[in-house]
Design a protein around this ligand. Structure first.
Ligand code: ADP
Length: 272
């Protein structure tokens, strides 16, 4: 048996050394845990799940922030009703906006004059801005910082993982997704980054009949449980389609929304 501890890839050749791209936090930030919320594509409810995860965690008495890393499709400020006027800054530090219930928010939209103005930037500029959300923003004392990741596994999400000290990943899927493919990709990325996957959230999972309460599965049988079990990942939540949630998100009133679907986080947050 060999005593050689040199890292080897599965081809037996020496694995390339992993460069360290981590950037230092702002001296005014004391963030205990960082959780990245990822999805295979846009529009599946990643931001809504990020917002509800932050809300549930904040309701448990923790101090919570949301770093909106979805630079080209930022929707967190609108959900929480925060605007550029809620940001403050001095010469070299930005202080995040604070929502009605005390959740701290930083987003590209808070730096735009008009939230409908598109961000048409190439990825090095986007990732540069993202790094500044960590280096130049004084987050203060935060127990859990949720990062609303850019969708997919491209250049920008990869840079976020390489730059920020992510402690755990939540995957958001919908029943129409090719769940096993998305989960496999996320698992591959998580392994590469050496970050644990905390769980999967299935959004838009079903509709509840307003008359009898029956769960109607519009897209047929969900495959999330079997995919999750195969990878040994817990299903943290299955969230129904709820028009009240859309309305709450679109009017900046997510904090008044009573749906409490993220209580499964109680099982997984203590693991990081
Ligand atoms: P993503 O971040 O993946 O692009 P969003 O969270 O912005 O997706 O959601 C896209 C739209 O779908 C938003 O208008 C949001 O309010 C709505 N939405 C998301 N999840 C639900 C749900 N479970 N029920 C009703 N509307 C939802």
């Amino acid at each position: 048996m060999s005593n050689d501890n040199t890292p080897k890839s599965n081809t037996g050749k020496m694995a390339p050394p992993q460069p360290n791209f981590k950037v230092d936090p702002n001296p005014g930030s004391h963030v205990k845990k960082m959780i990245a919320v990822v999805s295979g594509k846009g529009g599946v409810g990643k931001s809504s799940v990020t917002a509800m995860s932050a809300l549930w965690t904040s309701r448990q008495g923790h101090s919570v922030g949301i770093l909106d890393a979805d630079i080209t499709g930022p929707s967190i400020p609108r959900m929480f009703g925060v605007t550029p006027y809620d940001l403050s800054a001095n010469e070299n530090t930005i202080f995040p906006a604070t929502s009605v219930t005390g959740i701290k928010v930083m987003s590209m939209n808070l730096l735009m004059e008009n939230e409908e103005q598109p961000v048409i930037w190439r990825s090095p500029v986007i990732t540069g801005a993202l790094k500044q959300f960590w280096t130049d923003v004084a987050w203060g004392d935060v127990d859990y910082l949720f990062v609303d990741m850019p969708p997919g596994t491209g250049d920008v999400p990869l840079t976020v993982f390489q730059s920020l000290p992510v402690d755990g990943i939540l995957i958001v899927t919908t029943p129409q997704d090719l769940v096993s493919m998305i989960v496999n990709k996320a698992v591959g990325m998580a392994k590469m980054m050496d970050v644990p996957i905390l769980g999967i959230v299935e959004n838009m999972s079903y509709i509840k009949c307003p008359h009898c309460g029956e769960e109607i599965h519009m897209f047929g049988k969900s495959h999330v449980e079997e995919t999750a079990a195969k990878e040994g990942i817990p299903v943290v939540a299955r969230i129904p389609i709820d028009a009240a949630m859309t309305a709450a998100c679109d009017t900046g009133k997510i904090e008044y929304y009573s749906g409490d679907f993220m209580s499964g986080l109680a099982e997984v947050l203590p693991k990081i």
